[in-house]
Design a protein around this ligand. Structure first.
Ligand code: ZN
Ligand code: ZN
Length: 435
């Protein structure tokens, strides 16, 4: 007897909608590929730091206008919202982040960035799209352009969102606070893609449920009493206290945390002193803290405070300042289970099951989670961005792959943009017919 299971039903249902128009999408894509690749190289060679995405926003805004969107600029800083309306139906938000990182690019590419800027501390730094956000916004432009040409195949409203300042964890919150969900229709669901330098181009990976970690930035100012380096007994040396703090922070992870509950405490910056023979009055530490469970987050933040105070007390030093930077908190990213399942089926039909992979949870952070926290079910997935041959070499123990946030990272942009556009268009067509 033939029995149709729910799974079979979803596959047939998805196939009948998802695949029918991919030929059309691919033809439209081929006609746009050259323009999109040029746009990508422009984004790549002129990156801008978080919160300063003026030129990037302008370029994205023009691309969205050309695609037929009604475009609003300056939302939450340099945020861009392109609205594409097509009758009654759901509202779906597609988000791409726009900012780059303070790194001197060392890829040697002909279109490499040579840009420089002053960072928040006044230091001259290089600027590089080392997180692949140039791919994300190029895909957003391509998706808008193609979906705008096949309006007979879907119904509803799409919000194309160019988000600033993802790398500082501030941009999504700023857009929400500036009325993203009140000035515009609140989306029924939100989608986003991002590069993954460890997977080959043409592949995608995802995870249902918790996917990325809680991120907290903590500043510690260790206080001492300044003096001459030759007379430490007349001073209280904050460098020695800071060293003790750095060591004791490691014990939080190894001795206090449940070993089955992932968490990280990293001291990413330590600054104190000006000369060999001067004991400074204070040392500044900057930490990133990654947790999965909220209860663990609360416990670890309390332990950090305790460690800093105990080290100061033990040295007879003044109380340290321990500050959790609320503006930089990023909540954990949770992909909606049902939305993930249905969209992954669309991807499997489109690319083949061998190109769609489930990934483990990561302790990376992603402020797309702010949109989810604001009540919009979300699905965030990764595009493999490496040369497949380089992936094989690395897997056999050869030259390691350059991953995102490295000064040597670059995506194999042509197939990555194509996969990004095809998958996102297919997801939109599926969900905007699913009324
Ligand atoms: Zn990044
Ligand atoms: Zn990123």
């Amino acid at each position: 007897m033939f029995r149709i299971t729910l799974g079979t039903f979803i596959v047939i249902w998805v196939s009948s909608f998802g695949l029918a128009s991919d030929d059309t999408v691919q033809k439209l894509y081929e006609a746009e590929a050259e323009n999109l690749e040029t746009l990508y190289r422009q984004f790549h060679s002129q990156p801008e730091l978080s919160g300063t995405e003026v030129l990037t926003a302008k370029r994205l805004s023009n691309a969205l206008k050309n695609a037929g969107c009604q475009v609003h600029e300056g939302i939450g800083g340099h945020g861009v919202v392109g609205v594409l309306k097509n009758g009654k139906g759901k509202t779906i938000m597609v988000r791409a982040d726009m900012d780059a990182l303070p790194l001197v690019e060392k890829t040697g590419l002909s279109y490499a960035s040579k840009e420089q800027a002053r960072d928040a501390n006044g230091n001259l730094v290089g600027i590089m799209h080392a997180c692949g956000h140039d791919i994300n916004i190029t895909c957003l432009s391509g998706v808008a352009s193609i979906i705008g040409k096949i309006k007979d195949q879907w119904q509803g409203t799409i919000l194309f969102v160019g988000q600033p300042a993802e790398e500082t964890g501030r941009g999504a919150r700023a857009m929400i606070n500036d009325g993203l969900f009140t000035k515009f229709p609140k989306p029924d669901l939100a989608l986003a893609l991002h590069c993954d330098g460890r997977f080959p181009a043409g592949h995608v990976n995802y995870r249902a449920g918790p996917m990325q970690a809680n991120v907290d930035s903590v500043d510690i100012i260790v206080k001492g009493k300044g003096g001459h380096g030759a007379f430490p007994d007349k001073a209280i040396d904050p460098i020695v206290i800071a060293a003790r703090v750095v060591r004791d922070l490691q014990l939080i992870i190894s001795r206090e945390r449940d070993p089955l509950d992932p968490a990280v405490v990293t001291v990413g910056s330590i600054h104190g002193g000006s000369k060999h023979n001067i004991i400074p009055a204070e040392v500044k530490l900057e930490l990133t803290v990654r947790t999965v469970r909220t209860s663990t987050r609360v416990k670890i933040l309390a332990s950090i405070d305790q460690v800093a105070r105990a080290a100061a007390l033990g040295a007879g030093a003044p109380e340290p300042v321990v500050r959790v930077n609320a503006m930089e908190h990023i909540p954990e990213l949770i992909n909606d289970e049902r939305l993930t399942q249905t969209t992954v089926r669309v991807f499997e039909n489109l690319l083949g099951r061998d190109k769609v992979h489930e990934r483990p949870m990561s302790l990376g952070g992603e402020d797309f989670s702010q949109f989810v926290r604001a009540g919009v079910p979300g699905f965030y997935y990764f595009l493999g961005s490496a040369d497949p041959k380089a992936v094989d070499v690395a897997r056999r123990g050869g030259k390691p792959l350059a991953v995102t946030h490295s000064d040597s990272y670059f995506p194999e942009y042509a197939p990555v943009i194509k996969t990004g556009v095809r998958t996102m268009v297919a997801a939109l067509l599926f969900h905007l017919r699913d009324n």
